[in-house]
Design a binder for this molecule. Structure first.
Ligand SMILES: Nc1nc2c(c(=O)[nH]1)N[C@H]1C(S)=C(S)[C@@H](COP(=O)(O)O)O[C@H]1N2
Ligand SMILES: [Mo]
Length: 437
């Protein structure tokens, strides 16, 4: 069909005929309109909730809420203590009776960062953390430097700052078959935006000496949380951080200042930082207990986290209400650098599909991924696998056992930093359980 194009204001416009539903409109478009009209006529409009100011439930705006906001009381997501104990319950203690681990609710996580209030927390001090007055706090840098110095918090803030996203992950983040959900299996890892001054900037200020090979970082609490770290890591990307997610660090995260050692095992991220001593040999510290390797050359290098990922939805204890479309989503990261690729399998690892990366993958930081999947109502084992920018691919537990020459059983727990693939089992009723079980 064709018609003569005429000016819009033409009295005898064929365009006007079209708009009035004339001959030209008798086609697919008109048929569509009819369907729409019928559907509208048969479906009563749902009653809209009224949000008139005097009718809707009100949240009292107290001075506290004005001063520092609170989330909706409909949002219930909370941290737990290790192994599923609720907050306040007795945690598992180490040989010193001091360990506490608090896990972040990854099953409810949105985007890539953990709210500071939900960031995991690990301390060898127990349930109390130092309560430090930032105006009185200082950081001493001495040892193999030309100009030892004591920095106040105000001094630290005069140096050029960096603001970077990084994950911190405890060695305790070691999924096993008893874990009910992703909070228990992977919740000892969080990602945040950290602001501070590069340790390399401070060491240059102090005049780092050539014979320096290691540095010891010490916290302010009595057990010190000290670690020995290689100086080349200090000169690479270690941050002396005072800011987190747009505000000062929280007490549990090391207020007023801590180390961030990107990609390294969590224990090296010394909180309540008060002393950095530059030395020329490795020194054993309290925090090395249980983390030390016998091999001298790698003894204190710590464990860098490899390529890792986990599906956060659908994950253990969640339930798919009905067959149909879902976005399988989760987090991917690597201590080696940025995530390059994430794949998702819905058939127990037989076939892999490339997932969509949400946003630009950042070095040693969480990247969210998503994969649209039509669940057919059958049993499935779903899992995710990361490849990082160095080409490292997240392994299965079987592969790790084989590489280490260890026997593989379903109870196998990889030693050290466990970055193995995490399977979730979906039953016919849609319920999701630990696929290691
Ligand atoms: N001073 C000090 N720093 C510390 C610790 C500690 O007990 N004392 N715990 C370490 C451990 S074991 C981990 S996993 C990380 C956890 O950092 P987060 O609590 O901010 O998540 O902090 C590390 N830094
Ligand atoms: Mo840790």
């Amino acid at each position: 069909m064709d018609f003569k194009e005429e000016p819009v204001d033409s009295k005898s416009s064929s365009r006007r005929e079209l708009l009035k539903g004339g001959a030209l409109a008798v086609g697919a478009a008109a048929a569509g309109a009819t369907v729409g009209k019928t559907a509208l006529a048969e479906t009563p409009a749902p009653a809209l909730p009224s949000y008139a100011a005097n009718e809707a439930p009100q949240i009292p705006v107290s001075p506290d809420v004005v001063a520092y906001g609170v989330r909706s009381h409909y949002v219930k997501s909370v941290r737990i203590q290790e192994d599923g104990r609720p907050p306040g319950a007795t945690s598992r203690y180490d040989n010193f009776g001091l360990t506490i681990h608090i896990q972040t609710p990854l099953q409810d996580s949105i985007g890539t960062i953990q709210a500071s209030s939900l960031h995991y927390c690990a301390t060898t001090k127990g349930a109390y953390v130092p309560d430090i007055d930032p105006d009185k706090h200082t950081l001493l840098i001495n040892g193999l430097v030309d100009r030892p110095r004591i920095f106040t918090m105000a001094d630290l803030k005069r140096f050029p700052s960096v603001t970077r996203f990084h994950f911190v992950e405890c060695i305790a983040n070691n999924a096993n078959a008893t874990h009910k959900n992703v909070q228990q299996s992977h919740g000892t890892c969080s990602n945040a935006e950290w602001t501070g001054v590069l340790l390399s900037t401070l060491l240059k200020e102090c005049g780092l000496q050539d014979k320096a090979t290691w540095f010891i970082a010490e916290g302010a609490e009595e057990v010190k949380g000290a670690s020995t770290l290689p100086i080349n890591k200090a000169m690479d990307d270690v941050i002396v951080a005072y800011g987190m997610n747009g505000e000062p660090l929280r007490p549990q995260q090391g207020f007023p200042v801590r180390l961030i050692t990107p990609g390294f095992e969590g224990i090296f991220n010394t909180k309540w930082l008060r002393h950095i001593k530059v030395v020329d040999q490795y020194q054993l510290n309290m925090n090395d207990f249980g983390h030390l390797r016998r091999d001298e050359t790698s003894a204190a290098l710590g464990y860098t986290w490899g390529a890792k990922s986990v599906i956060t939805f659908p994950s253990g204890s969640q339930k798919l209400p009905e067959p149909g479309w879902y976005e399988i989503t989760g987090l991917a990261w690597s201590g080696n650098g940025a995530v390059r690729k994430v794949e998702v399998s819905t058939d127990g690892g037989q076939t892999w599909n490339e997932a969509e990366l949400k946003g630009i993958p950042l070095r040693k930081a969480h990247t969210r991924f998503g994969y649209m999947w039509h669940w057919d109502g059958d049993e499935h084992v779903i899992m995710s696998r990361t490849t990082d920018e160095t080409g490292a691919v997240q392994p299965t537990r079987e592969q790790v056992a084989k590489a280490l020459g260890l026997a593989y059983t379903p109870n196998f727990r990889p030693p050290g930093t466990n970055n193995t693939i995490m399977p979730w089992k979906i039953a016919k009723d849609g319920s999701v359980t630990n696929g290691l079980a």
